[in-house]
Design a protein around this ligand. Structure first.
Ligand code: ZN
Ligand code: ZN
Length: 201
């Protein structure tokens, strides 16, 4: 489903049969309730056919596969420790992380600091009007608050590529995902984005 060479996920498209989709073309992510292991995420994605479709992605494929990590790997971003990893595949990711680089990051507005993050923490995404960047609502894995950042597509699509500076909406969002999805478009289109530097080292 995920192709590391093209950094695209493959989904079904009702019009063209198949869609290859970058993370930045995701529009909404939601973990499905239930005991499935790994957990399954339902995503809505913007398709090259012009439509928006739903698709399913298992948690490990969403967060680990882009890093070359198998499902038995465990990566702790907070301590930069990589536990029980299939060494060969994960070698590159391990070296990046040991050098203090994060595969994905965002700026947590309530905490006023950058945080490492996985794609499963993304709640809702949309292209910013009249700009090349993508607006993204991210739930902080540490404080659980949702922040809106404005980032480039490679910041999302290319693991370990982090924008030096990103836009941050100065607004603390409601904790529940439905309210975030409701508030997101208005904040994205009306808000001034304040630039923050992602000091990752
Ligand atoms: Zn389509
Ligand atoms: Zn936070």
């Amino acid at each position: 489903m995920y192709d590391a060479l093209t950094t695209r996920y493959t989904f079904a498209c009702p019009r063209r049969g198949e869609a290859r989709v970058a993370l930045s073309a995701f529009r909404r992510l939601e973990q499905l309730p239930g005991p499935a292991q790994p957990a399954v995420f339902e995503v809505d994605f913007e398709c090259a056919c012009g439509g928006e479709h739903p698709g399913l992605v298992p948690h490990d494929e969403l967060d680990w596969t882009p890093l070359g990590l198998g499902e038995r790997s465990y990566l702790n971003l907070m301590t930069a420790r990589l536990d029980s990893v299939e060494a060969e595949l994960a070698d590159l990711a391990a070296r990046h992380i040991q050098a203090g680089e994060w595969p994905w990051s965002f700026f947590c507005y309530p905490e006023e600091r950058p945080r490492p993050v996985f794609p499963s923490a993304f709640v809702v995404l949309a292209p910013a009007e009249g700009r090349e960047e993508v607006g993204i609502a991210v739930r902080c894995p540490v404080c659980s608050n949702v922040s809106i950042n404005l980032v480039t597509a490679p910041h999302l699509d290319v693991p370990f590529h982090n924008d030096r500076e990103i836009g941050v909406v100065e607004h603390v969002f409601a904790a529940d995902a439905e309210r975030v999805v409701e508030e997101f478009p208005a904040e994205l289109y009306s808000a001034c984005f304040d630039a923050r530097r992602l000091h990752l080292h």
